[in-house]
Design a protein around this ligand. Structure first.
Ligand SMILES: [Zn+2]
Length: 344
């Protein structure tokens, strides 16, 4: 089969298209003919190399995929060859303390398919059967491949961790990145008023189309000051900040008393200035969140199938142009998800 892989860490140029042996279907797994795979920031971080994460080379990257089941392994029930599916990237043990209490994304053995194991940028993919989730005919493979990682992350952040409720105000920073697009829509269906912050008029236009109520261009305005002005000095109930270092203190300042700041990443740096006075005097909560459990994928997926939310794909690249797709993501040129088309 054809696959994208890299044999050393580095720039986008380390990504090569080449021939690989076809993977073998094992008991309890399914083999998928991959039609589309999507790109996430984690793919860029893993390609560059991350401290503490050792990847066996050569490595096929990619944590999101959709396609058609080619073959089911021994003992698999409920799925058959020809089924259209998307992949839930989360692998958990099902028996540790955290799995048993229903917090599978805190599993001691939690990992993503494509993180340190072989990923999705390839023509054939073998995954545990429970990770293959059927999709309707009406959903394209390109759309399906763009859903799992970002919608799972956004659902867990806003609904499970930050406990967003109807009538609350939420500020979403980086509102047109993959996770941001999911956050805007989830916050709207939850009944919140959405303040979307992004760095250009074009990005804010997309945020508005997705339902954002108030738009803030934080390349021009101090967003903390703007939030105070727009909320009669009250602040918002929840801030979603995965920007990190550049925005952290302002995010804390944007919160109302008792407000919650939820983070799932730190794309501009992980060591921000902190002012603890904001946290104790105004009784703020700082909440961490990462990925999510299968139910936190199924909830948004069911709403997408029902037409209540939608995936937003900003660009589709051919497999041979995967390095260019990485460049576009690093330059933040694309609004919405970047998808790699593996086959037609
Ligand atoms: Zn576990």
């Amino acid at each position: 089969m054809k696959a994208i892989s890299f044999e050393k860490h580095g720039g986008p140029e380390v990504l090569k298209l080449g021939d690989y042996p076809d993977p073998v279907t094992r008991p309890g797994t399914v083999k998928i003919d991959v039609h589309a795979a999507s790109l996430n920031h984690i793919d860029v971080f893993l390609r560059r190399g991350m401290p503490g994460i050792n990847i066996p080379f050569p490595h096929i990257p990619g944590c999101d995929a959709a396609g058609v089941i080619r073959e089911v392994g021994e003992g698999v029930t409920g799925l058959k060859a020809g089924d259209r599916v998307l992949m839930n990237p989360s692998v958990v043990c099902g028996k540790c303390e955290f799995c048993l209490r229903g917090d599978a994304s805190m599993c001691l053995e939690y990992h993503l398919i494509g993180e340190t194991t072989s990923g999705t940028f390839c023509e054939q993919l073998v995954i545990p059967a429970e990770n293959a989730i059927p999709i309707p005919k009406s959903m394209s493979f390109v759309d399906a491949a763009s859903i799992p990682l970002v919608f799972t992350t956004a659902w867990r952040m806003l609904i499970t961790r930050a406990r967003l409720r109807a009538g609350e105000d939420v500020l979403i920073l980086g509102a047109t990145a993959g996770v941001g697009i999911a956050c805007i829509q989830i916050a709207k269906v939850a009944g919140a008023r959405v303040f979307a912050a992004a760095s250009s008029a074009e990005k804010l236009d997309l945020a508005m189309k997705l339902g954002a109520d108030v738009l803030i261009d934080y390349s021009k305005d101090d967003f903390a000051k703007k939030i105070r002005d727009l909320t009669a000095k009250r602040g918002v109930d929840v801030v979603v900040d995965y920007v990190g270092k550049d925005t952290w203190v302002k995010s804390l300042r944007s919160l109302s008393r008792g407000g919650r700041l939820v983070t799932c990443g730190a794309t501009t740096g992980y060591n921000p200035q902190e002012d603890l006075r904001h946290i104790f005097f105004r009784q703020l909560e700082v909440i961490g969140s990462t990925m999510g459990s299968k139910n936190e994928l199924m909830a948004p997926l069911n709403m997408i199938v029902a037409g209540r939310m939608k995936p937003v794909v900003g660009a589709v690249y051919a497999m041979k142009d995967t390095a260019d797709a990485h460049r576009a993501m690093e330059a933040r040129r694309v609004l919405g998800k970047i998808v790699i088309k593996i086959r037609d």
